[in-house]
Design a protein. Sequence first.
Length: 143
Amino acid sequence: MRLSTKTRYAVRALIELVMKDSEGPVKLKDIAESQEISLKYLEQVMFPLRVSGFVHTMKGSQGGYRLAKPPGEMTLLAIVECIEGPISPVDCINNSELCERADHCVTRGAWIKLKNAIRETLGQINLAELAEKQKELDQANQH
């Protein structure tokens, strides 16, 4: 399983919002510049995050993006599934009808275990933790 660039950028943008939360709404162009992401591409990245309730936008000259809920409640699992869809190393896990061998395939059980391990790991990591680690990394790199 490989995560798309869109997912990686979504996580980076959300971490940026966590770190700048005290400053008020953050303009998309500021996130794009800070994260070195094309503004046009970042607009595409932010759309599903807004629709899914991770962020909300504020209009006007003082507008921008803000987190829609506390960063500790936003897991990597939720973000990945928002952008990528359900985690599934192979298609037959989420829909056994896609494979006529699904009910007697020994490897299907292994793929299910892999899916569950990925979901469990991603579900244990939240944006608050990632933002804190980013702050520590930024401070270490300043010295």
